[in-house]
Structure formats: structure tokens, C-alpha cells
Write a protein that binds this ligand. Sequence first.
Ligand code: GLN
Length: 323
Amino acid sequence: MSRNNLVDMSKQAPDLQRVVSDITDEMRQRSERGAVATYIPELARVDAKSFGLVVIDAAGNVAASGDCDQPFSIQSVSKVFTLTLALGKVGDRLWQRVGREPSGSPFNSIVQLEFERGKPRNPFINAGAIAVTDVILSGNRPREALGEIVRFIRLLADDPSISIDEAVAASEQRTGYRNFALANYMKSFGVLDNAVETALGVYFHQCAIAMSCRQLAMAGRFLAFLGRDPSTGHSIVKPERARRINAIMLTCGHYDGSGEFAYRVGLPGKSGVGGGILAVAPGKGSIAVWSPGLDTAGNSHLGTIALEALSNRLGWSVFGQLS
Ligand code: GLN
């Protein structure tokens, strides 16, 4: 038993551990792994063969395999945590700035912003996430806003060692031309309160937070269990807020691949271009997978296949669960 009341799954629930280990073995043998993101040069250095998978169930059992303790760049998975923080700060007023409809567009697309007068479709496309970060930034210095985000994630994961990979942040800062375009465009419509450079500085750093699958699965548990940390009973958000964040993950968490992910996996999930996906099986467990190769929509290729297999074998789809 660890300090989180978590239990090594291999002894407690061998079936779940077996499923997780089997899927990892299957994924290791695949030759088609997708393409590692290169538009952030530092991300291109990652070993494309890496693969990690962790499931934490309601009882706190942890089933882990592969490179499950190797930190990777969480990138857009951070947007789940910043959305939670921003909703905690301004509540439903957030929706005056950001919509909650799927975009049907790539994560860094600018086309809808013109038609919709600078209001991003949802908090998970880049424009929406930059607007959410701008809300967290208001009234804070950039360092404080970033500190708040990192502290929140450390608290959720119950791990004070989580930190920012400065090389990744600097790499994106140097090459983030699209994000500068998106932020400038929103600023011209008055959607951002803070300076474009400041909002983007915080955004690039939040995306550069490095976490392992084990830490990410821990951090996602409150979404699987009605806003509570099931091992301590601490409430992070109200149940209705957890449900709504899950709804946005399901409909928008994989950009223009969100419908496909819902169809194949059937779970709320949020991907990042670092190859990580956090998925939530309400009432059942929290899942993190990492495989750096991406599909054409920018979502982890093998990560999606692994989650599809996991949700099938465990019967965890939200569209019809096995008991
Ligand atoms: N930091 C990345 C970007 O802004 C995040 C994108 C992603 O993970 N889909 O381009």
C-alpha cells in the first residue's frame, strides 16, 4: 500500500493487470506507430517506440506496464486541468469567452475564429485553451499563474516532483507561429485580457509540463469519480462539473478526431501532441496511455488503438458498460 492508499494491481486484481500487460505487449509488436510531432522541434527527440499504459480503478488499484514511469510532454492534456481551474475561478462566465461545441477542425486551425468573431469553439482547441489560460492569468503575474497550474496538477497526482520541461517550452516559444497568430487574432476581437506574449508564455509552459502515465492517471481520477479523489474522499470539483468536463472531453478532446475516438473507444479523453491520452471511465477508473507517434489528426496512433482494446475488453464504454 502506498501513501495514496493505492495498491499494486499485480497482486490485487490480476485480471486488470493482465489486460494492461497484454495490450502493452500487443502494442510493442506493432510496426505502424504514427509520426512523432516535429513542429515543436524538441518533441521530435522522443523515442517513437516508447509505450506506457496505466489504469487506476475505483479501489485505488494501479495496473501499470511499459514505460509507465517515464515522464513525457503532456501538451494539450494540460488543457483539462486549466479548464478545471478556470471554471473554478469564473464559473459559467467562462462560456462567454469560449464555446463548447466540437470544432470539426484541426487543433491549430484559425478559420472558424473569423466567422465566430474571435470566440473559440471549445476550450481544447489551441485558441480556446489560450483563452482559458488568459482567464487564469488575469489578476496574476505569469509566474503565479503557472505556479497555480503546476501546484494543482501536483495536488491531483499527489506528486510534488512534477515539473515543466523548460527545453520543450523554449522550443515551442521559438516556433509557435500558429499560436501567435491565433492569440493575436483573438486579441483583436477583445477575447484576451492580457498581452499576447504573456498569455502564450504561460500556455507554452503549461503544455511543457512533463508527467508519466502513472502521474497522469492519478491526476485524472477526480473526473472518473464525480469530482472526488476516491482514496482521500477530498472533493476537487462538484459532481455536475466533473460530468460536464467529461462531456467536453468526449465531444472535443481529440479535435477533428473526436467522433472517431468516441466511436472506437467510447470514453471521454484528452490527447496531446506529445502522444499522451488521458481517458476517463466514469465510476470505473482513470486511464493514461503514451505512445509518441500521432495519426493525421494529431492524436496518439497506438494510444487510441490501446484504449479501444482496453475499453472493449473491460466493457468500460460510456455507451454501454459491462457490470
Ligand atoms: N502546445 C501544442 C500547440 O499549441 C499543443 C497542441 C496539442 O497537444 N494538440 O501546438
